[in-house]
Write a protein of this length. Structure first.
Lengths: 247, 247
């Protein structure tokens, strides 16, 4: 038996799911993928994900890997698995990797996009994919604040207390804010993210936009290395994992 | 007691609902609105809708009316009701009408938009609001076919057999097809629609686009006055009631 390592690229509408991670009795992306692969191969195969997206969070470019004892060519995988997945989850790509490929360690950068609807009326057709903030936001203050987040820093203040990873140092390459027709998009690219980090960054920037936090206080918040120093947690449904780049 | 007649404009994401119409044991828009009004007024008030949208169908401009024994000014209604509605239903407007106003009879025209995604990959983030057709569609044939639907005609062939209305004659003012970045939008405006009429029109036009029905056969289909003469029924989730114009 020769096991082949396959890397999958996966897109999903997270609004009906309890996040990526398999949990007993809950509808999760990892859980449904595992079931789909079982239907296809007959075996219970462990699927390792690159990002543990939370409940309500969507993805266009999640990545996952699995080891498989099958002769199906990698390029035939997506269609074969998609036939066994609900319509709001799709495997968009599959490729064979070297046996020592590690879906988490090999990540170079990831891009998350957070969408805020800043119009007055509740955007019902998009409400499961955005955070609706009818209040006025000072975008230029938010942009000033966002610049303080760029670079290699200790992001402990922006991590959920539950995050038990050894180091809280991460590098943020990009934290751009785009305004388009009452929609605000926060594009955050980094070499990795702590638990809830993007949602804490967006929530804090929104607090800056509402005048609750001064843009220059971001430095102080980072130095505090304490979650309570930062602003509110943005709700999960506005977040989408856009892509993950590998070496 | 003086009853006032109030007209509501309502928007909703229909993807989690069993359509507009109240049904025992089912989550419906009319049902949830009735509950919200009951929480607000303490009474079970009948809410009359202008359009019976099907399961999965969304709306940006549904209309409904109710008679109410309350002094709340009409302009305060939306916020008061919205506080009692789930986030995917919203009352966007309310106005007081003369006592003899009839929410169905007073309709002048309605516009429905049907969205088709014509790209290869399943559009997971939009899959609950479109019909995904990866196959090639001949848009110019569809446009030719659409022109045959304009005007005052008997649309019996495009009505579900279950439709028991007296006359099947309706006037279609517009049946436009717009193509934008792999998205196809069908905008159908008429003075009224039979049960499943827009979905049968779109399904038939898609059959034309795929070469299964010739564009000039539309005249023959209309003359047949028989549902089986027309093409397939487009799925509900691609449909959205955009607005209703009143006299």
């Amino acid at each position: 038996m020769t096991l082949r390592k396959i890397k999958l690229t996966i897109a999903y509408d997270g609004s009906d799911y309890h996040g990526w991670q398999k949990q007993p009795g809950q509808k999760t992306i990892q859980g449904l993928l595992t079931e789909a692969v079982k239907k296809l191969t007959g075996s219970n195969i462990e699927i390792a994900g690159a990002s543990r997206t939370d409940a309500g969070v969507s993805a266009l470019g999640q990545a996952a890997s699995l080891e498989i004892d099958s002769r199906i060519p990698a390029k035939n995988f997506p269609k074969a698995i998609n036939d066994k997945l609900p319509r709001d989850i799709i495997v968009t790509d599959a490729e064979q990797m070297p046996p020592d490929f590690d879906i988490i360690k090999a990540v170079k950068t990831k891009l998350y996009r957070y969408s805020v609807y800043n119009g007055k009326k509740r955007p019902v057709l998009h409400i499961k994919h955005c955070w609706h903030i009818p209040a006025k936001l000072d975008i230029s203050s938010m942009e000033t604040a966002a610049k303080h987040l760029l670079g290699k820093k200790d992001f402990k203040s922006f991590a959920a207390a539950a995050d038990k990873r050894k180091t809280t140092i991460r590098t943020i390459f990009r934290c751009d804010i785009t305004y388009e027709n009452q929609w605000l998009y926060f594009d955050v690219e980094g070499d990795g993210f702590l638990y809830n980090m993007v949602r804490n960054i967006v929530g804090t920037l929104v607090d800056v936009g509402r005048g609750r936090i001064k843009p220059d206080n971001i430095e102080k918040i980072l130095k505090a290395k304490d979650r309570t120093a930062a602003g509110q947690l943005a709700p999960g449904q506005g977040l989408c994992l856009m892509w993950i780049k590998y070496d």
